[in-house]
Design a protein around this ligand. Structure first.
Ligand code: EPU
Length: 419
């Protein structure tokens, strides 16, 4: 098992480039089943999660060409030779449920295991199952498998009782080849959804309204292949900006879209972080002396992203004053604050969705375990500002979302090695 060893306290300086968005890449792999022609994807991050998603596609006959050095993927679902996904693969990541709709569109049936739970809390899939049924799909459950069959997918009107990113994408994809019109209401508005819709439209799909709560999809008979450059990962961008604020002399975060993290930038300004915004980069001047505590509440896009809550909570441990961090989206997203406390932070858990942070606190290096992806990268940041050495185990959880993170941080002057 690999681990990171980090010696904290180095001032970071230079440029760091943001990779393609993980949560866009995963969906494009599933969407490839809608076409019998290749999707040529650039800026594709080859990280644990996207590689597992590609493995799932390959396991049913889809062909791929990977150029990891140039971050390019060609994926072609000309032939699909079975409609059952192995439980072992499905259980590895939640996004596996996204294959169901496109597989139903192509093969009229799919067998897929429950995608499993997750350390950030319960991750139900009721919205997906109810949605597929609205398209006319018969869903049965046997031995923790969902067995779904349909004669013809037919357009549906779906109101989501709660906003869900992946359920929105799943229903949007399912509707592309369905008969008639599908209307999605109270849809999620994340930029990854608009990107996917624009790309599918360039291949012949007819989707309008993506990026708003009302999406309409007019079914078409088939779609072609196409070329797509993935949008930059806004969570990675935001995390690096926070790193710059915590540990940087001057750090330029480049190849990003500042418009995708406006909520974060507004809160950073309130907190006293000094940065300059350009069209595709943000330069941040680090200094924790002027940091002030500010309350945040996470929200669906365009609100403050729950995936940026862990690094922002860390930032608040270095700010003067007391603030409330409220993350209502998942149940377990604040559990990692215990680990920050073990490093010297002063965070009180009010309830599973709320913590109070009092700062500033000096952090000290120690041996810790990465609980999940976003908490994991936050512990790397904590290690970089802590006194002494931090050792992080279970870094698979960090590799799931961040490509060669230690090499990129080393270029900024960080003392971090993988052992
Ligand atoms: N929900 C249900 N039923 C469902 C689906 C979702 O109750 O059938 C609930 C969830 O339990 C949660 C809320 O709806 O309380 C919102 O969850 P959502 O479905 O939007 O989350 P997701 O689509 O599973 C995506 C990202 C997450 C990110 C969230 C919120 C992907 C692959 N994942 O998850 O990213 O935190 O949206 O923005 O797109 C990460 O990258 O580390 C990550 C966890």
């Amino acid at each position: 098992m690999s681990q990171f060893q980090i010696v904290g306290g180095k001032k970071l300086e230079g440029e760091i480039e943001v990779k393609g968005a993980k949560n866009a890449a995963l969906k494009v792999v599933a969407a490839s089943f809608l076409a019998k022609y290749p999707f040529k994807v650039s800026n594709f991050p080859f990280i644990e999660d996207t590689c597992r998603m590609i493995e799932m596609a390959e396991s049913v006959g889809v062909k791929t060409k990977k150029n990891k050095n140039e971050n390019k993927l060609v994926i072609e679902a000309k032939n699909i030779n079975q409609s059952r996904f192995s439980k072992e693969l499905t259980n590895k990541l939640r996004s596996s449920i996204l294959f169901a709709g496109p597989m139903l569109a192509r093969e009229k049936e799919v067998e897929i295991a429950h995608p499993g739970g997750c350390v950030i809390g319960k991750r139900p899939i009721d919205l997906f199952i109810e949605g597929y049924k609205k398209f006319g799909v018969i869903v049965r459950e046997r031995d923790s498998y969902f067995i779904m069959k349909v004669k013809r997918l037919r357009g549906a009107r779906i109101f989501f009782p709660r906003v869900s990113v992946t359920a929105t994408e799943a229903m949007m994809m399912t509707a592309v080849l369905a008969d008639g019109v599908t209307e999605l209401r109270n849809a999620a508005m994340e930029p990854e959804i608009s990107m996917l819709a624009n790309f599918l439209n360039s291949c012949g799909a007819r989707i309008s309204g993506a990026g708003t709560p009302n999406i309409t999809i007019r079914g078409v008979k088939e779609i072609s292949g196409g070329e797509l450059e993935l949008i930059p990962d806004r969570i990675e961008a935001g995390t690096f900006i926070i790193l710059g604020a915590l540990a940087g002399k001057e750090v330029r975060v480049k190849k990003m879209n500042p418009l995708h993290i406006e909520a974060l930038l507004v809160m950073l300004k309130k907190a006293g972080v000094r940065f300059r915004v350009f069209s595709d980069s943000v330069t941040v001047v680090g200094s924790t002396k002027r940091l002030r505590a500010v309350n945040i509440q996470t929200h669906e896009y365009p609100g403050f992203a729950t995936d940026l809550q862990p690094p922002f909570t860390l930032l608040m441990t270095q700010a003067k004053g007391i603030c409330l961090i409220h993350d209502p989206i998942f149940d377990g997203r604040l559990m990692f604050t215990d680990i920050l406390n073990s490093m010297g932070a002063n965070i009180i858990m009010n309830d599973p969705h709320r913590v109070t942070v009092s700062g500033p606190s000096k952090l000290f290096g120690r041996r810790i375990v990465s609980p999940d992806l976003r908490a994991g990268i936050t512990l790397v940041l904590a290690g970089l500002i802590a006194k002494g050495m931090t050792v992080i185990d279970n870094i698979y959880q960090i590799d799931r979302g961040y490509e060669k993170i230690e090499e990129r941080l080393q270029k900024l002057g960080a003392e971090i090695i993988r052992t």
